[in-house]
Design a protein around this ligand. Structure first.
Ligand SMILES: Cc1ncc(C[n+]2csc(CCOP(=O)(O)OP(=O)(O)O)c2C)c(N)n1
Ligand SMILES: [Mg+2]
Length: 339
């Protein structure tokens, strides 16, 4: 289902989804070519959650995200070149190369912190919501985390306080099936959580909680905009579990792209290895969105190809910018850090 918004906005969602997809594919390519070291996680397969969801927020709202943050930052308008430079540890990155993929902070976009510590941001996002409430600023705090974070005590402690104090926080859990389990399996049972469905956990703390198909941009847009309205009406915290099917390229520890995404895959997946075709045919949120745009006559296949072309050019420029940026000078190692 397409979000019920004007055509221009739908095309903007399409552009942002393709930007995230091609950014991540370029990143995987740079890592394969050994242009940078260290671990990183990609947002491929979750684009139809982050892009419509974050479009429901105001510019002044706070965001907190995890090791899988690139898509969230791009959804909010991060410059691909500066983001890539940060991931590559270069001095033109958002944090002068000292945050890297896991700990980027871009306060100008509302991102006070991202953290590779699973669940580490849940209390921080709750704290920011407390500050907003105490200072009566009207801001809300959005906490983006994976299903795995619910195993941590930090999550439930934060839910308790958020509920007791009716804090303006949206807990948006992106359930991508932690160990490669698809939605069908995850919905039946979790091997790592005694609480299932996952929404039972926030509900135990009296936080209203909903599940949504995270590959359905329209459904995500509806539940998130309604949750945001409730929080702004001071109804307290809300919890949403967005369910996606994990991208086959993320089954291993290091992401692998078998076939770079092309909008033509929305109609023909023959170029994809057989074992992965099912995902591209039925679960790839970007291709689902593109098919809907065409079927609903919002855009033609040619118009979408044009959007893809301009996104690929933008990514190309971003890669050139990041790769030509110098590493931070050794004498700056102790600047902007706290110990
Ligand atoms: C406190 C903590 N424990 C363990 C890890 C190692 N770790 C990194 S990612 C990850 C899985 C996280 O799963 P989830 O939150 O569902 O995110 P996903 O990678 O599936 O998007 C784990 C256990 C960590 N980073 N932090
Ligand atoms: Mg997960």
């Amino acid at each position: 289902m397409l979000p019920n918004v004007p055509r221009e906005r739908l095309l903007d969602f399409c552009r942002r989804m393709l930007l995230v997809r091609h950014f991540e594919e370029a990143l995987i390519g740079l890592h394969r070519e050994r242009r940078f070291r260290g671990h990183y996680h990609v947002y491929i397969g979750q684009e139809a959650t982050g892009i419509p969801a974050l479009s429901c927020l105001d510019e002044r709202d706070y965001l907190f995200t995890t090791h899988r943050n690139h898509g969230h930052l791009l959804a909010r308008g991060a410059e691909p070149g500066r983001l890539l430079a940060e991931i590559l540890g270069r001095s033109d990155g958002y944090n002068k190369g000292k945050g890297g993929s896991f700990h980027i902070a871009v306060s100008g976009l509302g991102f006070l912190h991202t953290s590779g510590v699973v669940a580490g941001i849940i209390p921080l996002a709750t704290g920011a919501a407390y500050a907003a409430k105490a200072q009566k600023t009207g801001q809300l705090s959005v906490c983006l985390f994976g299903d795995g974070a619910l195993e941590e005590g930090a999550a439930t402690e934060a839910f308790n306080i958020a509920s007791l104090w009716k804090l303006p926080v949206l807990f948006l859990c992106e359930n991508n099936g932690k160990y490669g389990r698809g939605r069908a399996v995850a919905a039946a049972q979790s091997s790592t959580m005694a609480v299932y469905p996952l929404t039972d956990l926030p509900k135990a703390y009296k936080i209203p909680a909903l599940e949504v198909n995270g590959a359905d941009a329209g459904a995500v847009y509806d539940v998130v905009s309604e949750a945001v309205r409730k929080i702004r009406r001071e109804e307290g915290p809300q919890f949403i579990e967005a369910q996606t099917v994990r991208w086959p390229g993320s089954e291993t520890n290091w992401p692998v792209v078998s076939v770079p995404t092309d909008v033509s895959l929305a109609w023909d997946v023959a170029s994809v290895p057989e074992a992965e075709q099912e995902w591209y045919r039925n679960s790839d949120p970007v291709l689902i969105f593109i098919r809907e745009l065409v079927e609903e006559r919002i855009a033609s296949r040619e118009e979408i190809s044009q959007i893809q072309k301009s996104v690929l050019e933008e990514i190309d420029q971003a890669a050139k910018f990041a790769l030509s940026s110098p590493y931070p000078a050794p004498e700056t190692a102790l600047e902007d850090v706290f110990a």
